[in-house]
Design a binder for this molecule. Structure first.
Ligand SMILES: [Fe+2]
Length: 564
């Protein structure tokens, strides 16, 4: 079976069409390109840039021909020091075709380090919008600021957090930690307000996306959002995928939201999803478009080694689920079986990526080791009795009660044996996160400890904001975790059915219940700005007051510092 599936994967990837243009040329004359060679096109989805190095940057656009007769479309491109393009430092030509959905990617080389630049594409008689981007700095910079995002769901709301960051000139680069799109159809997750706010799916893309065309159309829809377009046009992105770029709760051989009976072969779907991702995102896949490998690293001067991980696709063993250890008729939980499974040799990164990560950490002399990845890495334990709650609307009150009991005990009050057991018998609340792969997490943490290093983990996926300590099983802190809220996906407040006041109360109480938790926000959408400097990492969570309208305000911020 596997061989056939692999063949499917190769077949789909092999048909991806014209390759990325790699430019090493130092000159070129764009006016000639425009007059003689370039085709007449519509730049339908703006411009984007990404995967900066100290001397290269990927440029992206989409150029749909006005005359469909030509199989291959030729364009010019220009990189300049100034927005009026009087000082063009690189230019050249690129091609595209229907085989890559008319997306264009140019890997511009031999650029100066630490440079802010302007770029545009050139058609026969028109220019694309102008984009701003940057290369990575060399040694000796004082600080660098990253805008950190995850989880944008189109029907759930306007991407105001993207828009807000596009207006902030102090943000140097954008990190996107995945769930850039969602695969669901009309009426699915996040769709409750879609009609009211005018964010419904078009007729040709309103089912769950499965085929290459489906995924391409979904990216095309998301890229019509003004906030996202503005952010791509103003900042260079560094991206990784999470699960929804393929299907909910993806792992290496399947996904919770993939049904082979009705949706076909998983590997074929995954290949289609990845092909569309590489076409539409301004990323330089480290092993090329035909490889699943997205994990890679970036040196941010001598300040930080930014390590981007794939916890989803390349090596993840299937998630455990409490339901799999619960007897459906009696409701009895097989605690021994569950513990045995948790302690087995299950992987979230895959052995090869884990080894690569450990080597990265060992070999880097940068001041900070920053892990950009999808899921919460910290230990997030709840009282086990609450996890089993059938009625989700009761969970908030139970957590508030647990916090009260723990506080009372901390204040010296005597609890009954039953109360003690209730708050001390804890279990991870999300087995899809690193908590479900606790053995591998401990292997990583022990390596970090032995190296005498501290890690800074940036996480997405949960749709809420978190600040956690990262601790070994004996409680030694080996790092810190900053989790960003979602751009627009509904969070815990929706899942548990909380009004704002209760969500705030619960957010205040949760650090008492969850040992390593320092702060959370459970009800507002937003993003983070992570400032890296020699002395400290300063993290700011920013929240917007609404995503249901394009008129929004910043509703609040929260700050935390880590000094290593
Ligand atoms: Fe998400």
């Amino acid at each position: 079976m596997l061989d056939i599936n692999r063949r499917h994967f190769l077949k789909v990837v092999a048909s991806a069409g014209a390759a990325v243009t790699v430019s090493t040329a130092l000159g070129g004359c764009s006016s000639l390109v425009r007059a003689d060679n370039a085709d007449t096109v519509d730049f339908t989805h703006g411009v984007a840039s990404g995967d900066p190095t100290t001397n290269a940057l990927m440029l992206w656009t989409r150029a749909v021909p006005k005359n469909n007769a030509k199989p291959v479309i030729t364009l010019g491109w220009e990189v300049a020091r100034d927005p009026s393009f009087s000082d063009i430092i690189r230019s050249g030509t690129a091609t595209t075709s229907a085989r890559r959905d008319y997306t264009v990617k140019v890997d511009v080389q031999q650029l100066p380090a630490g440079m802010s630049l302007y770029y545009r594409f050139v058609g026969h008689d028109q220019y694309s919008p102008i984009g701003e981007g940057a290369t990575l700095p060399q040694q000796g910079i004082d600080s660098i600021r990253l805008g950190v995002f995850s989880c944008s769901n189109y029907p759930a709301g306007f991407f105001n957090p993207y828009h807000h960051a596009s207006q902030d000139d102090t943000i140097d680069f954008v990190l996107h930690l995945g769930d850039y799109i969602y695969e669901y159809g009309a009426g699915g997750y996040g769709y409750d307000d879609a009609e009211r706010i005018g964010r419904t799916f078009p007729d040709n893309n309103n089912k769950e996306i499965v085929s290459l065309d489906d995924y391409r159309r979904r990216y095309a829809l998301y890229r019509t959002d003004e906030g996202l377009k503005a952010l791509h046009a103003t900042k260079s992105f560094i991206v990784v995928w999470d699960d929804h770029e393929i299907a909910n709760d993806t792992y290496k051989d399947g996904a919770q939201n993939h049904q082979p009976d009705t949706e076909g072969d998983f590997y074929q779907r995954r290949a289609a999803a990845i092909q569309a991702y590489y076409e539409w995102m301004p990323i330089r896949p480290p092993q090329g478009d035909a490889s699943l490998q997205i994990y890679r690293s970036f040196e941010l001067g001598d300040l930080a080694n930014l390590i981007m991980l794939d916890t989803r696709i390349i090596g993840r063993d299937k998630q455990l689920a409490y339901a799999d250890f619960t007897d459906a008729s009696t409701g009895e939980f097989d605690s021994q079986g569950f513990q045995a499974a948790m302690q087995s040799d299950r992987s979230i990164l895959g052995k090869k990526q884990l080894q690569w990560l450990v080597n990265q950490l060992a070999q880097s002399n940068a001041r900070w080791q920053i892990l950009g990845q999808q899921l919460l890495m910290a230990r997030m334990n709840f009282p086990a009795a609450i996890i089993g709650s059938k009625d989700r609307s009761t969970i908030a009150n139970k957590l508030l009660k647990a916090a009260q009991l723990k506080q009372a005990r901390a204040n010296g009050q005597q609890l009954t044996e039953q109360q003690q057991r209730y708050i001390d018998t804890v279990t991870p609340y999300n087995l899809d996160a690193w908590d479900g792969y606790a053995m591998e997490r401990e292997v990583l943490f022990q390596q970090v400890k032995q190296m005498g290093k501290k890690i800074v983990v940036l996480a997405g996926d949960t749709h809420n904001a978190w600040h956690n300590h990262l601790t070994t099983h004996t409680g030694e802190q080996i790092g810190v975790e900053f989790g960003t809220s979602s751009v627009s996906s509904p969070g815990m407040e929706t899942y548990l059915g909380l009004d704002d006041a209760t969500a705030k109360k619960l957010a205040q109480a949760l650090p008492t219940v969850i040992k390593d938790l320092q702060y959370t926000n459970l009800h507002e959408r937003g993003y983070m700005v992570t400032q890296i400097s020699k002395d400290a990492i300063d993290n700011e969570w920013r929240f917007v007051d609404t995503i249901k309208s394009k008129d929004y305000q910043l509703s609040g911020t929260h700050r935390a510092q880590f000094r290593g």
